[in-house]
Write a protein that binds this ligand. Sequence first.
Ligand code: ARG
Length: 493
Amino acid sequence: MSDGHESQPERDDAAPATTEGRSATSGADGARDASVDGAALLRGRFAGGVHPALDAINRSLPFDRRLWRQDIAGSRAHVRMLGATGILPKDAVANILRGLGLVEREFAEGRFVEHPGDEDVHMAVERRLTELVGDDGKRLHAARSRNDQVATDLRLWLRDASLELVEDVRVVQRRLLDLVARDGEAILPYYTHLQRAQPVLLGHALLAWVEMLESDARGLARTPRECPLGAGAGTGTTFPIDREMTARELGFEAPSPNSLEAVSSRRDACELAFAMACCATTLSRLGADLVLWCGREYGFARLGDAVSTGSSIMPQKRNPDGAELLRAKAVRVSSALAALLELQRGLPLGYHKDLQEDKPALFDAYDTLRQMLAVTDAMLADVRFDAAAMRAAVDDPSGYLLATEIADWLVVRGVSFREAHEATGRLVREAESRGVDLVALPDDVLRAAHPALDPSVRAALTSDAAVAARRAIGGTAPENVRAQLVAWRARIG
Ligand code: ARG
């Protein structure tokens, strides 16, 4: 495996477990003990410090410092286990736990001071712990490597991220339900190919977003099952550790069964990245609808002042930048999935520093998606729909959105669908050439198009009738939309 560094402190820490106290360690390691510089903790086998160019590219603290909570939680579980198994003496465990609490407070209160030698969050926490509690801090890393440590931290982070994201999605879903309750019975055109196709209830369209977000939430809710802690650098550890205990304490279902897999796999990260990409894609499409609906050509929706933007030159502009950015930001989120997969493509088994780059991609996707969810919620909280404009677009006589109703009417009277489709097509052509709506065609024209057609078909030719007739499961009938609203409220509030 790549990292010989880790074996150094582990061997140091083996001493107290078998001999007694830490004097032997300090004696052998006197030069290093004088310093608690994070970098020095790792550089025993080198002469001098690290080249600044390498330090700059290698340093992950600027982005992984956000793992401090998870890192400290992992260390707590680890050191408690070291105590329970007798690997570390109880007083050292208590001292380390006390120190971890202090480090945690420093982070939580924004008082944690990073040192130039802190390569990553793991070294920063350990360095500070040692400053605060003395040499006991140096015992924490027994039976552990940063390889299993970072894999554990990351999975804990994925779980926290998953909870936050699902909650954010719920907020947007509830906001959509509020709109269904308020404006759901308005009728607007459903578009295919950006051509007006059939009338649909606004509530049905809004509930479609609720459903899509539900699938996204299901994906986001999947969390890592296995705990990598105890895998060491990749082959396990010589210490009699209790991996069941740490897994349980950290809320995992089980310890990961293979130490090499544990430090190599970023599968859980990919799964969250995929779920985030799906959710961002959903939001990008919702954004696209909002952009269209707010356009003058549609005029179906108007965003409130706080969620609209102006133009630097055209004083009249009222731009839907938030909705446009939903489209664009989704690119960043789905790129993270691509980045994570690419990082691992062709990577030999085991831990490699390449894997450090999983975090910027993942964190960026997470931050971006949360931003997207927040702005979606803000826009939906401050949008007005223009029911008259939507209705006018449905009832525009040149739209022929009710042509399918005629075909269906014929089918109910025994005509094959293909024959009915063709006859209705002829009627549309005739209506178009006369410049009238289908409902305005004279009786003889109806009959000429198909012998089974009679004037009673006109009762089917209103958008309300078209919508009301779609009562089968999943259809846009008002009773369906109302029932769905009730069901969703019961489910997510
Ligand atoms: N900062 C590292 C990362 O994020 C931690 C693991 C370092 N392991 C090592 N063998 N150098 O991946």
